[in-house]
Design a protein around this ligand. Structure first.
Ligand code: SF4
Length: 784
């Protein structure tokens, strides 16, 4: 018999949704799913009551075994009466919530009541909706009594009956998909060094439903090595969906082309590529409400038709195809793409769709599913996730909104309170970093409460509507992040001349990453620079003794790279001004040894500018390029395109910036890299708090806050040179510290033959020896 698993939430939302997209009153309509609010209510249950009860029952419908699964917030036993408690936290005023407030909420409670009564042979059961008002902390409960047959009829007639066609559709597709996987072969003729081992390890990790952390140097073929075993695992019933998560758009091309190479081998897979809202939106501005946007108006009434159309006619839902079908059915392309992820086997998206609490795909992150998470360039997730769980709010924007709305507006006084809270924080000499600033949080909560009311009663005609809405979203984010506040957080204030910003700084997001990936069955964290491994395992929510980890060696011959350390120049902050001329000399001698393109990396723009100015002055004949702080997409492209012009360019850039990772300058496009300094992040309050935090946790504050993140950037910069087995190039590391044990200890194995150069003379000798051999190889390559 056909079998299918459906999460309760998906069944209910998919079947009952209708009407417009309207993000004007987000707080009011959706309510923050405050975990803490849930816990507050659950704590008040009496002994014997149950909370967070997983439930899963299989029912038969039209020849199909359908397993409905989900998690009940609470089960209350009250003098013989059994009550299914469905908890909703909300920002809507409680007096506006009555029995008819949300059909979806009732449906969720009723499905759970049906499943529970079925499991326990109950004739009667009650459903209670418990609304928790986030500002006033008041609670409103609404209860209804049901008999089992009534619930059964509702679930079968109103929900399953409408969903079954979709269930059959996806079932039939998965049969086709699995059949194609059973005959799928590896897309390349042979395996690269280490690749087979990696593929087998990932396959095994998925079978065992575990996590693995992989350091795989450039050239191993990490994309196909993670994709292939994940896809192969799909036929065994443990995996329904693969998420390929990236930190940068530049990684996407290679993922897509790898997937297409498998599709060429007859793989059948439904694939969705998610594009940021601003980039896929049809309108000039992303004002998602039915008055401004015709795609938002009635979006949900037409959505299922659009899904059915694209599902039956296409397999790869790229940005272009999604836009085409969204136009055809007049639905919002962004929301459409989010929905398509439900009907896809493979989803390619940014980290934030899984890890960011503000924008994550709730349908996949609230309940457990058969997902595999492939996290590419995982070293980037450390800082990215800390940012996702941090928030800030400034006085200036508060004041300017206050002025804009004017004294008569009902929110004027509340903004005044927020402003006053900022002023007292500014004056507070003993500002407490250990706790949330009470007055500010109270003011912000009041703003959300009153703002909700005002936004609900007014349409977008007010001249300041957009600014007010923008501020409303920002304070919502601020409060939402405030809900996570705990020992892994600190509050800081940043003072400028006429500005004061309060930041909620997340110092450790490892437990959040862990929670997110545990919603799936397995996850693979991989990068070319996941070293030191124990550091990354800890910061990415893993466990060194429980999770798998592997460090693969570079597949390229060591002699293809000429690695040198110049330990004659100190680049510490206080010694920098004495280093400029010497650095210029080393750069010049490096590039003079062989014509070609070179990249020079610095720890900061300031340092780069100083050396650049001197270099250009000393060597005006050399063609140079320089990264600048804010570059448009066109400027970035122009910078990279220069490597193709055959003009022997020396390109200056910063470590950890746009050009120090994820760019692939194969072959002769780049033949050398000079890295100036060990890349330590700039000393600042946030970094120092991080240092203090880890000093307390494991005594490794400096390593975790400065040394390891800095060295990671160095490894990324170095990784630009040798990109394929035919590439040859030079790497020069300039800093006295590179020769010290503490740094040499961090070197990956393929750096072990790095030579020390104590003068430009020694540099010349090494380079001439290297290019003498490699020059021949280049000629041979040219002949091919
Ligand atoms: S098309 Fe743009 S403005 Fe309209 S709902 Fe979608 S994202 Fe919002």
């Amino acid at each position: 018999m056909k079998e299918m698993t459906i999460p309760v939430r998906e069944l209910v939302e998919f079947t009952l949704r209708k009407g417009d997209i309207d993000f004007r009153y987000t707080g009011r309509q959706r309510g923050a799913q405050g975990t803490k609010a849930h816990q507050r209510i659950q704590k008040k249950y009496k002994e014997g009551d149950l909370s967070e009860v997983s439930i899963s029952r299989t029912i038969e419908y039209e020849g199909m075994n359908i397993t409905l699964q989900g998690r009940i917030d609470g089960i209350i036993f009250d003098e013989g009466q059994i009550i299914i408690d469905e908890i909703k936290s909300t920002r809507a005023p409680l007096d506006e919530i009555d029995e008819d407030f949300s059909q979806v909420h009732w449906a969720q409670g009723m499905v759970y009541a049906f499943l529970y009564s079925l499991e326990n042979n109950l004739e009667e059961i009650s459903v209670q909706l418990t609304y928790y008002q986030l500002e006033s902390k008041e609670i409103k409960r609404i209860m209804r009594d049901f008999v089992h047959d009534e619930l059964k009829e509702y679930v079968y007639e109103n929900l399953i009956k409408n969903y079954i066609k979709w269930a059959i559709m996806i079932y039939q597709w998965r049969e086709l998909r699995d059949e194609s996987i059973s005959t799928l072969s590896f897309p390349h003729d042979s395996y690269r060094v280490g690749q087979r081992k990696l593929i087998i390890s990932i396959y095994k990790t998925i079978q065992e439903q575990k996590k693995i952390f992989v350091n795989g140097p450039t050239g191993i073929g990490k994309t196909v090595s993670t994709l292939f075993p994940s896809i192969m695992s799909m036929t065994e019933g443990n995996v329904e969906k693969i998420f390929y998560l990236t930190s940068k758009n530049t990684q996407r091309e290679i993922v897509e082309s790898t997937l297409y190479s498998l599709i060429e081998k007859q793989l059948k897979v439904k694939y969705t590529s998610l594009t940021a809202k601003e980039k896929i939106c049809f309108k000039e501005q992303t004002k998602c409400n039915p008055e401004y946007c015709e795609y938002a108006k009635g979006h949900f009434d037409r959505l299922n038709e659009a899904i059915e159309d694209i599902f039956n006619n296409e397999n790869t839902y790229t940005k272009e195809l999604i836009s085409q079908y969204a136009q055809k059915h007049t639905v919002c392309p962004f929301e459409f793409s989010l929905d398509l992820t439900l009907w896809s086997d493979f989803v390619l998206c940014d980290y934030n769709y899984i890890f960011d609490p503000r924008v994550s795909l709730k349908r996949f992150t609230e309940e457990k599913g058969k997902y595999v998470f492939l996290i590419d360039e995982a070293h980037n997730l450390v800082d990215r996730s800390r940012d996702m769980y941090s928030a800030e709010l400034g006085k200036k924007q508060t004041l300017s909104l206050q002025k804009l709305i004017g004294k008569e507006h009902p929110l004027y006084k509340t903004l005044g309170k927020i402003n006053k809270a900022f002023i007292s924080i500014r004056k507070d000499e003993e500002f407490d970093k250990e706790k949330l600033p009470e007055d500010l949080m109270a003011g912000v909560n009041e703003f959300i409460y009153k703002g909700d009311k005002w936004l609900a009663q007014h349409n977008s005609e007010a001249s300041f509507y957009d600014e007010l809405l923008q501020y409303y979203f920002e304070v919502n984010n601020f409060i939402r992040i405030g809900e996570y506040y705990g020992e892994n957080y600190k509050v800081i204030k940043v003072k400028n001349k006429d500005e004061i910003i309060v930041k909620l700084v997340c110092l450790d997001s490892s437990s959040y990453i862990k929670q997110s990936v545990e919603k799936g069955v397995s996850s693979v964290f991989f990068s070319a620079t996941l070293l030191p491994m124990s550091y990354f395992i800890e910061l990415l929510g893993g466990h060194i003794n429980e999770d798998y980890h592997m460090i693969l060696e570079s597949p390229f011959p060591e002699e293809n790279g000429c690695m040198m350390i110049c330990n004659q120049i100190s680049t510490t902050y206080k010694n920098r001004q004495n280093s400029y001329e010497d650095i210029c000399q080393y750069i010049y001698h490096t590039m003079k040894a062989k014509e070609g393109n070179y990249m020079i990396f610095f720890p900061s723009y300031e340092y780069m500018e100083k050396v650049y100015d001197i270099f250009v002055q000393n060597h005006p004949e050399v063609k140079t390029a320089k990264q600048s702080k804010s570059m448009t997409e066109l400027e970035r492209k122009e910078y990279i395109d220069q490597f193709d012009l055959g003009e022997n360019i020396v390109a200056f850039a910063v470590l950890g910036g746009l050009f120090s990772e994820s760019i692939d300058l194969r072959g002769d496009r780049l033949i050398g890299v000079v890295v100036v300094s060990v890349g330590l992040p700039k000393i600042g309050e946030e970094r120092n708090l991080l240092k203090e935090y880890y000093d307390e946790i494991n005594g490794k504050g400096f390593l975790y806050a400065y040394m390891y993140p800095g060295f990671n950037k160095v490894m990324q910069g170095v990784g630009r040179v040798i990109r394929s087995e035919k590439d040859r190039g030079v790497i020069l590391l300039i800093d006295t510290r590179f020769a010290q044990y503490s740094y040499k200890n961090l070197f990956p194995k393929h750096w072990s033959k790095a030579r020390l150069v104590k003068s430009v003379g020694e540099l010349d000798e090494n380079l001439s020896e290297f290019w003498k051999v490699s020059g021949k190889l280049n000629v041979e390559r040219g002949k091919k």
